[in-house]
Each structure stands twice: as structure tokens, then as C-alpha cells.
Ligand binder design. Structure first.
Ligand code: ARG
Length: 462
């Protein structure tokens, strides 16, 4: 009968209930947030004349001791204490006596957990955006050196038009930039203090919510207590933001897996970030990008799990909400390690530009350029130009060569309006550099994009 809420109970809880009901095994991760929240609350109670200066001091000293015990690994986390809030308060009271029992005045675990968890999510939001930023810096750096490295641009995974490797990588930077923006907007929206909402309806005590909000780094106080103690949108947002970011990571990972196959051989992952096979000695496997692709499944699962937990809950707090934490912890930790390892794998990978170029010589990548030439220089309508180009492709196939290696006289035979100057348009490099429209792949345009991302990252204050 050592439960804090045991007043109305005549017998103790079964240990089966303890096991089922407790969150202490995982919510102890929030110990810093919980202690800071309690200290801010106590300081406010004192400022409002609800606690004396001496009592505040006792609470502060006691909490400092609790913090040391936790950080030194000497704190006793017991399932029977149910959650970290009660474990910490109980330990405080055992250290300082009755004053510890005053700490929970004008507060409930409902607003307490909302404060702790929200602050954890806001902190992780910031750390994850910083990690995305550092991934983008590596991508930008690689891009700055590869704006002339040709590779086949694809649609339907079929060779389409030549592009450069920097252009390809910067597509991912565009995605990651949007990810950062999503995290930023979520952080702004959710930077609201739940403290003082108490159980659901506020409190009759003369508290000052502005004061605790400010102390805890929140930018404002929540408007409606009933909403605040039951809202978990902030957690859903970080789950969604992580899922979207991991989806981007997964797409890039899929390309890394393909590119490191013999068939592509566009890149080679460093030994540091590759694995071997237990049976096939010759193998070097891209486990890192494969796992990144795989881990996207679990973060999506976490998002769907919490959406499902929340969908049928009446106002206000329900114990179901305790299920909010593990999935968020898991997604956050998955995102953190994923961003770090992807960054390192990219940093250390070898780019095999010769193979990328060779691949550009397969699949008639400059066919569209021939059609464009016919339109622009021979005044031939596009449909007809398309048809003539088709003939040139067929001829190349017949000769077993790429269209960029077709000789002028062959082209002239197909249509005598074609002039000798056509030859440069068939070159792969020319084809890539011809795409100078805004946002296009031409080296010139790609370098503008490099500068764009360099500036963005330089000015990004997270
Ligand atoms: N461990 C609980 C949770 O994570 C804390 C809030 C409990 N509130 C209550 N009224 N039982 O949700």
C-alpha cells in the first residue's frame, strides 16, 4: 500500500497490475524534463506565496540530490512506482520529508507528463533538424565537386536523359530542406506550456502559468486545459515528420543499394560502412542503406500506432495516452542514428564516375537532343522530328552503337536536312549542358543550386 493514490483503496495492487500499468521502464528517459518541470513549478508556487522560501530551498536541494542519483545510476527505478513522476516525487519526499508532499499542489500527472513529453519532443525536434543540416552539408560538399560528373537520369528506372551527379544529389537536398521546414513549423506550433492545466480543468490555486512557461522555455501558455492534457498532436507531428524524412532517406538508400551493385557500379561504399557475408567470402554488402530502407517501416508503424491510439479517445486524459511514448522514443532514436550513419556512409563512399559515364553511352540518352535539333535547326515539326529520331535510334541499334556514336553520313541518309553541326548535339555532355532552363541540370544551373544550398545552410539558425 505504498502507492501515492492508495487513499481510497483497501487492498494493494497485484504485481500483475503493476507490470501492466507501469511506464517507468521507458518514461524514465524523461527524468531531466521532469525535474526541470518540478523545479519551475516549485519556484512559481513560492513566488505566488504557496510555498515558503525555505520550502522551495528544500525542494531544490532534494531535487539536486535526486538528479545526481539518477545520473550516477544509483536511483532505484521500481515497477511498483508506476511512472517516473511518482518515483521522483517519492524519492524527493523520502529525502526531504513533508515538504516534498507539497510539490504536487496545483499540478496533476496529466499536465506534468504533457510538459515532460512535449519538452522532450521539442528538444529532439531541434537535434534532428541539426542532424539533417549536417547531412545536407555533406551532400552539398559532394555536389560541389560533381557538377560535371555525368550519369544517366532515369524515369521508370530506364535511361532517359543525361544529368550530372550533383544535380541528382541536390534533388535529395531539396527534400531534406522541406523536412527541416516541417520540423521547424512543428516546433513553432507546439511550443506551448501545458503546466498549470492540472488534471483537466485548471486549478483554484493562484498560480502563474506565464512564469513557468517562460522558465521552461515555452513561447506561450496553452489556451484550453481540457485540450492540453489530452492533446498528442505534437507527438504525432514528430512521428510524421520523421516518417517523411525517413521516406526520403529510404529513396536515397534504395539508389545506393542499386548503385553499389555490379550491374550499376556507380559507387562503392567504404569498408567502414559495408558488411561481409558469413558464407560468401567475395561479398561486400550494402547493409547500411538496406537497413535505412528497412527502418523506414518501423517509423511508419509508430506513426500509425499513435494515430490509432488517439482516434477514439474522449476528453480529456485517458491512460491509453501512456502508449504515446515508446513509439516516439523509437522513431527519434531511429532517426538520429539513421541521419548520422547515412552522412558518414556518403562522406566515405567512392564515386565511380567512369562507370557513370559509360552508362550514359547506353540507351541513346541524347535522342531527345536530336529531335530538338531537328525542330530548332531544320524547322521540322516536333512529331516528325520524333519519327526521324526514331529511325536514327533504330539505325544505331542495328549497328550496335549508341546514338551519340552514330556517324554523320548515317544521319544524313535518314534525312538530308540534317547538317554536320548536328554532331555536337548528340554528345552526352552537350546534352546535359543544354538543359539550362531554371532548375535544370546544366552544370551552370547545378552550380547555382549548390550555391543556393550553401547559402541556405549557412544562414540556417536552428
Ligand atoms: N504515466 C502516465 C502517462 O504516461 C502519466 C499520467 C498519468 N495520469 C493519470 N491520471 N493516471 O500517461
Amino acid at each position: 500500500m505504498d502507492k501515492m493514490w492508495s487513499g481510497r483503496f483497501s487492498s494493494g495492487a497485484s504485481s500483475l497490475l503493476d507490470d501492466f500499468n507501469a511506464s517507468i521502464m521507458y518514461d524514465r528517459k524523461l527524468y531531466r524534463e521532469d525535474i526541470e518541470g518540478s523545479l519551475a513549478h516549485a519556484a512559481m508556487l513560492c513566488a505566488q506565496g504557496i510555498l515558503t522560501q525555505d520550502e522551495l530551498k528544500e525542494i531544490q536541494d532534494g531535487m539536486a540530490q535526486v538528479l545526481i542519483e539518477i545520473e550516477d545510476g544509483n536511483f532505484e527505478w521500481k515497477i511498483s512506482d508506476e511512472d517516473l513522476h511518482m518515483a521522483i516525487e517519492k524519492r524527493l519526499t523520502s529525502l526531504i520529508g513533508d515538504t516534498g508532499k507539497k510539490l504536487h499542489t496545483a499540478r496533476s500527472r496529466n499536465d506534468q507528463v504533457a510538459v515532460d513529453f512535449r519538452r522532450y519532443v521539442l528538444r529532439k525536434n531541434r537535434e534532428i533538424t541539426q542532424a539533417i543540416k549536417s547531412l545536407m552539408e555533406v551532400i552539398t560538399e559532394i555536389a560541389s565537386k560533381n557538377s560535371e560528373t555525368l550519369l544517366p537520369g532515369m524515369t521508370h528506372l530506364q535511361h532517359a536523359q543525361p544529368i550530372n551527379f550533383a544535380f541528382h544529389l541536390l534533388a535529395y537536398n531539396s527534400m531534406f530542406k522541406r523536412d527541416i521546414e516541417r520540423f521547424e513549423s512543428s516546433r513553432k506550433r507546439n511550443n506551448i506550456s501545458p503546466l498549470g492545466c492540472a488534471a483537466l480543468a485548471g486549478t483554484p490555486h493562484n498560480i502563474n502559468r506565464e512564469m513557468t512557461a517562460q522558465e521552461l522555455g515555452f513561447s506561450s501558455v496553452s489556451v484550453n486545459c481540457l485540450d492540453t492534457v489530452s492533446d498528442r498532436d505534437f507527438a504525432l507531428e514528430i512521428l510524421f515528420n520523421i516518417s517523411t524524412m525517413m521516406m526520403h532517406i529510404s529513396r536515397l538508400s534504395e539508389e545506393l543499394v542499386m548503385w553499389s551493385s555490379y550491374e550499376f557500379s556507380f559507387v562503392e561504399l567504404s569498408d567502414e560502412y559495408s558488411t561481409g557475408s558469413s558464407i560468401m567470402p567475395q561479398k561486400k554488402n550494402p547493409d547500411v542503406p538496406e537497413l535505412l530502407r528497412g527502418k523506414t517501416g518501423r517509423v511508419n508503424g509508430n506513426l500509425i500506432a499513435l494515430l490509432t491510439v488517439m482516434k477514439g479517445l474522449p476528453l480529456a486524459y485517458n491512460k491509453d495516452t501512456q502508449e504515446d511514448k515508446e513509439g516516439v522514443f523509437d522513431s527519434v532514436e531511429t532517426a538520429e542514428i539513421s541521419l548520422e550513419i547515412l552522412r558518414e556512409a556518403l562522406k566515405t563512399m567512392t564515386i565511380k564516375s567512369d562507370n557513370m559515364y559509360k552508362a550514359c553511352k547506353v540507351g541513346h540518352l541524347s535522342a531527345t537532343d536530336l529531335a530538338d535539333y531537328l525542330v530548332e535547326h531544320c524547322d521540322i515539326p516536333f512529331r516528325e522530328a520524333h519519327f526521324i529520331t526514331g529511325k536514327a535510334v533504330a539505325k544505331s541499334e542495328e549497328l550496335g552503337i549508341d546514338i551519340s556514336d552514330l556517324e554523320f553520313n548515317e544521319l544524313h541518309k535518314i534525312d538530308n536536312r540534317i547538317k554536320e553541326d548536328v554532331m555536337q548535339y548528340l554528345e552526352i555532355e552537350h546534352s546535359m549542358n543544354a538543359r539550362t532552363s531554371q532548375g535544370g541540370t546544366a552544370t551552370l544551373r547545378t552550380m547555382e543550386q549548390v550555391v543556393y544550398f550553401e547559402n541556405y545552410l549557412k544562414n540556417l539558425d536552428l
